[in-house]
Design a protein around this ligand. Structure first.
Ligand code: FES
Length: 117
């Protein structure tokens, strides 16, 4: 339910927390606890595109950390860390929306950021 709210509105507002809590017969604190615990959920809108960059062992070994650092303007996108996209042999990898991107290098990652806008 929270994922659907986030997909529809880009964030989960206090009003949405109240409505979800009422619909599921939970306290607002319980729903707020879920929203604040999982970093996939936002409590405020952010218009920047999200790139989920894998930083698990295999992608880290292939330079995932350097990819994030290679961006000249790191505030153009939200780079979220994920741990393994199941594509370990072709890393470093990232996910934009539902689409995975493999074998990233600095040039491809910069192009991905441009494309995400
Ligand atoms: S470690 Fe990155 S996809 Fe598995």
């Amino acid at each position: 339910m929270l994922h659907a709210v986030q997909a529809a509105f880009g964030h989960i507002s206090e009003d949405a927390i109240r409505a979800v809590a009422k619909a599921l017969n939970l306290s607002r604190a319980e729903v707020h606890g879920v929203v604040s615990f999982y970093h996939d959920f936002r409590d405020a809108p952010d218009p920047r595109p999200v790139i989920k960059l894998c930083r698990a062992e295999a992608c880290q070994a292939r330079g995932a950390d350097a990819l994030a650092a290679s961006l000249p303007d790191q505030n153009r996108v939200v780079i979220e860390t994920v741990y393994c996209l199941g594509l370990c042999s072709v890393g470093p990898n990232a996910l934009v929306g539902d689409r995975p991107y493999a074998r990233l290098d600095a040039r491809k990652f910069a192009a991905l950021v441009e494309q995400a806008h």
